[in-house]
Ligand binder design. Structure first.
Ligand SMILES: Cc1cc2nc3c(=O)[nH]c(=O)nc-3n(C[C@H](O)[C@H](O)[C@H](O)COP(=O)(O)O)c2cc1C
Length: 355
């Protein structure tokens, strides 16, 4: 059976379909629980969350399902603030704050959440843990494995995949350039690591021993069957789950995804200081040309936080980060369990037809 892969065995799930973690609020317990309960693996994107929020989310999902689920965090990153660069960025952002009727941002006081986040994840002994933006400290990898937590890391090129295997991850998420959200690139110039899923997955599967999960532009059974044909043991899909009723993405964000075309998304760094794929809007068009002057992640991310939050409140999608993958126009509105059931049905039909 196609669904019986090394990944489904490793994670004890019925179907090798992971609902991608999506930090920023979309992946609450309702979505994660519904996907896991339907036989996939739901994932929380807790990269921006406090330990209390993480503990609450885990507790809530455990009330909805006794099936495995995943928690995702960002690998710890060094950040040095250059006050002059930050002042310049605040200047670039001023007119948007005026339009939203809010005060300009201040120079951010960075507070690295990683240690409190990882401690609660390990303390809760979650079934599966995934991460992006780098490598985990060796000590934390060891603590995870001591607690029996299955660990997956994100790679955007073969070199990163080999580094992840070396530090002991149990599986690798191969993130192609079609993917919505931030690039996971950590050991290369991101522009050189814009490798499409079709090219990336077979190159990584040929070089590593651990199961590989394909991510980026996969929206339906066709993408899943293709990924399996390329040697992947499963898929991770983000955009496809964003428009489910259980997703907490803002209604105006969902509308933008549903109205998008194959030409809607671009890679931009202006929102957060880190390259990410999303639907091009006014903010991206105006500020992206100044991207080289802006501070790196997470500083720029902090600077635009209030703007993005207020824009969401006021339903001003021109100032929101509308993260989405290149195949977003294939999105539909259906309950997560229905989406998982349809996906599995489609893969079965495709494989039967190919035979
Ligand atoms: C809104 C959004 C937020 C995301 N946040 C995260 C995150 O917090 N952690 C992570 O590892 N990946 C994150 N991703 C990337 C996904 O894991 C995955 O690579 C991507 O969704 C795959 O492409 P697709 O959207 O075309 O399915 C995010 C993607 C989106 C669309």
């Amino acid at each position: 059976m196609w669904r019986d892969t090394t990944l489904s065995q490793l994670l004890s799930i019925a179907y090798p379909i992971i609902q991608a973690p999506m930090a920023g609020g979309a992946t609450g317990p309702e979505l994660v629980g519904a996907v896991s309960q339907a036989g996939g693996l739901g994932s929380f994107g807790f990269g921006y969350s406090s330990s209390d929020q993480i503990a609450r989310g885990i507790r809530d999902v455990r009330e909805l399902t006794d099936k495995p689920f995943a928690v995702n965090l960002f690998a710890p990153q060094a950040a040095v603030t250059d006050d002059l660069q930050v002042q310049k960025a605040i200047g670039h952002l001023h007119s948007y704050h005026v339009q939203l009727n809010i005060d300009d941002p201040q120079i951010p006081q960075l507070h690295d959440l990683y240690q409190e986040q990882i401690d609660v994840v390990i303390g809760e002994r979650v079934p599966v843990f995934t991460f992006t933006f780098g490598l985990l400290p060796e000590r934390d990898m060891q603590r995870m494995h001591d607690e029996g937590i299955i660990v997956g890391g994100t790679a955007t090129n073969v070199r990163e995949a080999l580094m992840l295997q070396e530090v002991g991850v149990d599986f690798i998420i191969a993130q192609g350039s079609e993917a919505g959200g931030h690039r996971g690139t950590f050991a290369a110039d991101w522009k050189k690591s814009m490798i499409g899923t079709m090219a990336l997955v077979p190159q990584i599967t040929s070089r590593v021993r651990v199961p590989v999960v394909a991510a980026g532009g996969i929206m339906d059974g066709r993408g899943i069957a293709a990924s399996l044909a390329l040697g992947a043991s499963g898929v991770q899909m983000g955009t496809a789950f964003l428009t489910c009723p259980e997703s907490k993405a803002a209604p105006i964000y969902k509308e933008a995804i549903l109205a998008s075309t194959d030409e809607s998304t671009v890679i931009m760094t202006a929102f957060s200081g880190k390259p990410a794929r999303g639907i091009k809007n006014l903010f991206a068009s105006e500020l992206e040309p100044h991207a080289d002057d802006l501070p790196p992640y997470p500083i720029q991310n902090e600077l635009t936080k209030a703007m993005r939050r207020e824009a969401t409140k006021q339903s001003r999608s021109e100032f929101m980060s509308l993260w989405a993958g290149q195949a977003s126009s294939l999105s539909a509105v259906k309950p997560a369990a229905q989406l998982v059931a349809d996906l599995t049905q489609e893969v079965g039909n495709i494989i039967a037809r190919l035979e």
